[in-house]
Design a protein around this ligand. Structure first.
Ligand SMILES: *Cc1c(COP(=O)(O)O)cnc(C)c1O
Length: 483
């Protein structure tokens, strides 16, 4: 039995760390090479949840006290490989190695970031990163914002800011007086709905505007939606645009929403968690036309910008608005100069202790410049078009909608199969693909029907992999339907 002192010395021994660290990097480098090349047989080493749970229970019972190298190898063996060219599932990009190294530095330094002293470098770098993003979004010098833990939290934060600026009574001090509401496309991410409910607006506080055939918000219905809400005693304070929607990757007409918000005096928030990255792609920037007119924009770095999760920018066209989000004082007491300290981040974020997430972005930006993002985005956006072309031409396949980006929804529909039977086949194909593990794709439900869905966020995916996926789906479709 070791003494406590020995344990502490051992745990913090610099030589042990050096050795374990070298071993870990060797392990990860090997994993990276065999994954990006597609040499690894499986993108997803599927195991049922109970079995996985037992495996780790056993690991804990049998391996306690052993060195970490075998543990790390085991974790890799039981994890989905986002770097795999046949990984085409949920919206997450493979982490760039330099950004992953920055994550390690973040974890090791454990700077808290709530106040300046607790994260000097991270705080100043965060300001730089947010300013770069804001400028790229087309905002002027008065723009500002924060990095925060995910698109979900960024959207909620932005809507709290909207409420603080636009609600008729001071909600923060007096609680909610009016029945507030926001407008958003019926295709929006569920977190917008959740944000409205978290703020206490209830079901009536989220007014879902129908989408068109391309799953984009029907902006011509905004005026009638506001009018109807008013008649029901609701005060609409904001419209949320999706750039793009999660299910189909459809981009709302941001200019039309901006025009409407300007005319009505409403807050305009853009949920650009997925597609906001395209501000770094001059070729695709037009999908985001009007973004620069938003009051606030949420953009994830972990979906389309090669950064480890979870890293999100929340940018305000008027940076000072961010200081109203969690404002504990009445507006008339507001003292701009004293309160608007950019360097004490917790004033503007949900998080108190926060990751130094800016390091990951900055390490990549400083090493490769935004040119890496431009190249990467060009590659994955092309994959979306390539896959759509292949699916369109392949016999028996159907696209849900022509894709606008790297998200593509499709299904295999053999003749004479429709309705629930077709949904059941789509579900069975998806299940079989998950259990097989060579590919990883997901499924979504659109207007009452099931579709297979890919997000092509991997620059190592090639046309060959896309063709193989269609062949696999067709093969499974044929064998499963005859069962
Ligand atoms: C992914 C996504 C979110 C949620 O973002 P997280 O970073 O996963 O919290 C919100 N909105 C849209 C449109 C998304 O695509």
């Amino acid at each position: 039995m070791q003494t406590h002192k020995d344990m502490i010395q051992q745990a913090f021994d610099a030589e042990n760390f050096r050795q374990a660290g070298h071993e870990l990097i060797d392990l990860l480098a090997g994993f990276l090479a065999e994954t990006t090349s597609g040499e690894a047989a499986q993108a997803l080493p599927w195991m049922a949840p109970e079995q996985q749970s037992q495996l780790w229970q056993q690991d804990y019972e049998q391996e306690r006290g052993s060195p970490p190298a075998a543990l790390f190898a085991k974790i890799l063996a039981h994890s989905i490989r986002v770097h795999h060219p046949r990984y085409m599932g949920h919206q997450i990009s493979p982490a760039a190695p330099v950004a992953a190294l920055a994550s390690l530095v973040d974890g090791f330094l454990n700077n808290g970031m709530g106040v300046y002293e607790m994260g000097q470098a991270g705080t100043a770098i965060e300001r730089l990163v947010v300013n770069q993003v804001a400028a790229q979004m087309g905002f002027g010098p008065q723009a500002g914002g924060v990095l925060t833990s995910g698109g979900t939290l960024a959207n909620l934060t932005a809507l709290l800011t909207a409420r603080s600026i636009k609600a008729p009574s001071p909600v923060w001090q007096e609680g909610q007086q009016e029945k507030l509401a926001l407008l958003v496309s019926e295709e929006a991410h569920y977190c917008v709905d959740r944000a409205a409910r978290i703020m206490g607006w209830g079901e009536g506080g989220i007014i879902k505007v129908p989408a068109d055939a391309q799953y984009r918000l029907r902006t011509e219905l905004l005026a009638a939606s506001v009018e109807k809400a008013r008649q029901q005693g609701r005060t609409v304070i904001a419209v949320v645009g999706s750039a793009c929607s999660t299910s189909t990757g459809s981009f709302d007409d941001l200019n039309a929403i901006a025009d409407f918000c300007a005319a009505e005096g409403l807050w305009f928030h853009v949920d650009a968690a997925h597609g906001g990255a395209l501000v770094f792609s001059p070729r695709h920037r037009s999908l985001l036309a009007g973004l620069e007119r938003a009051d606030s924009v949420a953009m994830d770095f972990h979906k389309m910008l090669l950064i480890p999760s979870i890293t999100t920018a929340l940018v305000f066209r008027e940076g000072s608005h961010a200081f109203h989000t969690f404002s504990q004082r009445a507006q008339y007491l507001w003292n701009r100069d004293a309160e608007e300290e950019w360097h004490n981040l917790a004033r503007r974020t949900f998080e108190c202790t926060k990751l130094m997430m800016s390091l990951k972005v900055y390490a990549l930006l400083r090493t490769y410049g935004p040119e890496l993002w431009e190249q990467y985005l060009g590659r994955v956006m092309n994959l979306g078009q390539e896959f759509a072309a292949l699916a369109r031409e392949a016999e028996g396949f159907e696209l849900a909608v022509e894709p606008q980006c790297n998200i593509v929804c499709f299904r295999y529909c053999p003749p004479a199969l429709e309705g629930e039977a077709l949904d059941a086949l789509t579900e069975a194909i998806r299940r079989a693909i998950v259990e097989d593990g060579r590919f990883y794709i997901v499924k979504t439900r659109l207007r009452g029907h099931d579709y297979l869905r890919v997000t092509l966020s991997n620059p190592f995916t090639a046309a060959q992999h896309l063709k193989e996926l269609l062949e696999l789906v067709r093969g499974l479709g044929e064998s499963l339907r005859t069962r």
